[in-house]
Ligand binder design. Structure first.
Ligand SMILES: Nc1ncnc2c1ncn2[C@@H]1O[C@H](COP(=O)(O)OP(=O)(O)OP(=O)(O)O)[C@@H](O)[C@H]1O
Ligand SMILES: [Mg+2]
Length: 254
């Protein structure tokens, strides 16, 4: 097991690459990404469609094996861990909000939120599940199946599910993509609070400069590489940077 290079990082990746397919048809989703996320930080990951954002989150969570490079969680190099071990680590340390929500269709909203607690062998804390559903504005939808919820409501169930175990690291793929601006603000405030009050580490993919402004830092991905970063982002500054992403690549930092 390698020793961590950033001693305090909750999550770090080194030289992360991911290629799909082989030969002439091969596509490089990640072309060598180095990033470290320390506890109590909120990072937004932005970039054009197809720039590798979801692939990055999926490799960082150990859901997908990178083609090359290393992934370290709490300083442990999990890259070569067996599937079972990565699954256990994920249950204990990582909350994941999928771009497509991935709710269990035959479980109610509250059962979906409680699922990570059950999988980790804990007795589901009904009060905590109810409080989280209330916090995302779904107190009156707790007994509904996902099929009876709108896209935005399903997304909020997925967010509550990712937070229920108070994981050290929360990886969220466009968690406000299906939400109206008022509901999105509530979710972003909840993520911000997780960072500030509980020292959780949040990495959030977003296309929205207003959402990115809730983060401490924005990382810009272009063609599977880190093309730039911005500390203390404002919505205006992020929007401006997005229109000039190709310039960032030309003068790239990686
Ligand atoms: N399973 C796969 N097989 C082949 N190519 C893939 C696969 N998954 C992703 N890719 C390719 O890898 C690249 C990065 O995809 P990824 O989903 O990470 O992009 P993204 O930045 O999340 O885009 P979006 O903003 O549209 O969600 C794309 O070119 C995509 O077509
Ligand atoms: Mg994506």
């Amino acid at each position: 097991m390698n020793s961590p290079t950033t001693a305090s990082a909750a999550l770090e990746v080194h030289g992360l690459t991911r290629t799909y397919g082989e030969g002439a048809g091969a596509a490089t989703a990640l072309g060598g990404v180095d990033l470290a996320f320390v506890p109590g930080t909120f990072t937004a990951v932005m970039g054009p469609s197809g720039s590798g954002k979801s692939t990055f989150l999926s490799c960082a969570a150990g859901l997908e094996r990178p083609t090359g490079g290393r992934v370290l969680v709490d300083g442990h190099d999990i890259t070569d861990w067996a599937e079972n071990d990565r699954t256990r680590l994920r249950r204990e340390r990582i909350g994941f909000v999928f771009q497509g929500f991935h709710l269990m269709p035959y479980l109610t909203a509250e059962q979906n939120v409680a699922l990570p607690l059950r999988l980790a062998g804990h007795r589901p804390d009904r009060a905590r599940v109810a409080a989280l559903l209330e916090r995302v504005g779904l107190a009156d939808r707790a007994r509904h199946l996902p099929g009876a919820l709108s896209g935005g409501q399903q997304q909020r169930v997925a967010i509550a599910r990712a937070l229920v175990t108070e994981p050290a690291v929360i990886l969220a793929d466009e968690p406000t993509g299906a939400l109206d601006s008022t509901t999105a603000r509530g979710v972003l405030a909840l993520l911000r609070e997780s960072v500030d009050a509980l020292q959780q580490t949040v990495v959030m993919v977003t296309h929205d400069p207003v959402a990115a402004a809730y983060a401490d830092t924005v990382v810009f991905l272009v063609d599977g590489r880190v093309a730039g970063r911005m500390d203390r982002p404002t919505a205006d500054a992020v929007a401006g940077q997005l229109t000039h992403l190709s310039d960032l690549v030309a003068g790239g930092v990686s």
